[in-house]
Design a binder for this molecule. Structure first.
Ligand SMILES: [Zn+2]
Length: 447
């Protein structure tokens, strides 16, 4: 186990020059050769990107970083994370939310933040604390204050759900007798009620609003065995994730309620996203005008049409489905096909794996699955950079990132290899800079 890594301090110079031989332009979706980047250390911003017209003579200077020989990309944006969750293959979500201590979860999160940053992820769009109320606000601030290393975070605090919509389900919940469980959403109903909830979330410190347009909320109607020795019920309906009725996705809000949340978030200058899995929920949330749809896995034409028409960003979270469904399941194959159909329709993607359900630091898994679905590599890279910024709210973020251009944050990573030829290059991150500060530098002077 390595100790907490302090940023590798930059020298006294106020400017850093980064030389590159292959740089990804996330706007034009192409690589450029022989560009150099000038960075103002005081602002953490790129001041200039220019084509070198001669040989590099300053490579050994202390204010120069030579990334020639590597592939340089904007720092990656994971558009759907849960910093307080760790891999479900270690501990189920239920046990993490119900049984792990507040302290353990926060301490684990510090490890998650460092692992993500070292894997090239300079931004996290963190969509819900899953039982830790508004703790993500203070966690975000410890990173922003330089107390721990980690991605720049945009947090949702608690997600908004309707009554009984998103809760920890236990069979022994009798008040004063049974288990007590932490709440995992901010419940709200009615147009006035949901508007108030948006106001509460923003007041609590949220950067982004998330609501549950639908959820598989009827887990206790046909309960599945969840402890050793618990008997299953007789003749339960199918639990198939697409066609099954054992615990189907149920719409949580009326169209008017969704509209009201979107209007209130936008009036307050905040992006808003919706958890929506079933086609109807995606259509309603897209029509309401959400910034992004999370999940949307169920194959259907209507939601694709609605997302395209409303210019909705799609964050398909393939990784979390892959983790639970496995490689060769028919459901996973159908999901990948649906995602490719969305791409072919021209829907804008951002990349977010529901990271936390699998290990932080393995975030690139989502990009691998997008590529496997048939999305071209350059589009996957754009989804993981510039479109990630847009999913965070674009200029509502108060900072530009996800593109290596003048005025954008100096979030720069370098990988060993060319991802268009060898996608696994994205798992060989050799250099990480966030806001002009170097956090990882595993090589020097390649040329
Ligand atoms: Zn999630």
């Amino acid at each position: 186990m390595t100790l907490l890594r302090e940023p590798i301090s930059n020298n006294m110079s106020k400017e850093i020059t980064v030389h590159t031989s292959s740089l990804f332009d996330s706007k034009q979706k192409r690589f450029f050769s022989d560009l150099s980047i000038l960075i103002d250390v005081n602002t953490g911003l790129i001041t200039r990107v220019y084509k070198r017209d001669g040989p590099v003579n300053d490579a050994s200077q202390p204010n120069t970083i030579d990334l020639r020989g590597l592939t340089v990309l904007p720092g990656l944006v994971d558009a759907h994370t849960h910093i307080f969750l760790h891999s479900y293959s270690e501990v189920s979500a239920l046990n993490q939310m119900r049984d792990e201590s507040f302290v353990e979860r926060v301490v684990r999160a510090t490890n998650h933040a460092r692992a993500a940053l070292m894997a090239g992820y300079t931004t996290y769009r963190d969509l819900g604390t899953e039982g830790l109320r508004d703790a993500d606000v203070s966690f975000r601030d410890t990173i922003n204050r330089g107390i721990i290393p980690g991605p720049r975070m945009f947090v949702a605090t608690e997600c908004i759900a309707s009554s009984g919509g998103y809760e920890i389900r236990v069979e022994n919940g009798l008040p004063g007798v049974g288990q007590t469980t932490p709440r995992i959403s901010d419940p709200a109903d009615g147009v006035d009620g949901v508007r108030a909830a948006v106001r509460r979330r923003l007041g609590a410190g949220a950067d982004i609003i998330k609501f549950y347009a639908d959820y598989r909320k009827r887990a206790l109607r046909y309960p599945k065995p969840s402890w050793v020795g618990e008997k299953d019920i007789a003749f339960p309906p199918s639990d198939d994730v697409i066609a099954g009725q054992r615990n189907p996705n149920i719409i949580q809000f009326t169209q008017e309620e969704m509209n009201a949340m979107v209007i209130e978030a936008k009036r307050s200058g905040a992006p808003i996203c919706a958890h929506a899995q079933s086609p109807d929920a995606v259509v309603m949330a897209a029509k309401a005008g959400v910034t992004s749809i999370e999940h949307g896995y169920m194959p259907s034409e209507e939601p694709l049409k609605a997302m395209k028409e409303n210019n909705t960003i799609f964050v398909p979270t393939l990784a979390v489905y892959q983790v639970s469904l496995g490689d060769d399941s028919d459901a996973m194959k159908a999901i990948l096909k649906h995602i490719k159909a969305a791409f072919d329709r021209g829907i804008k993607f951002a990349a977010g794996g529901d990271t936390g359900a699998f290990a932080h630091g393995e975030n690139v898994f989502e990009l691998e699955l997008m590529a496997k679905a048939g999305i071209p590599v350059l589009d996957v890279l754009q989804a993981a950079t510039l479109h990630g910024w847009e999913a965070c709210g674009g200029d509502l973020c108060g900072r530009r990132f996800g593109l290596l251009d003048k005025g954008f944050a100096a979030d720069i990573i370098a990988i060993d290899g060319n991802p268009t030829e060898d996608f696994s290059a994205l798992r060989r991150v050799k250099f990480v800079m966030k806001d002009g500060v170097v956090y990882k530098e595993e090589y020097r002077g390649l040329s």
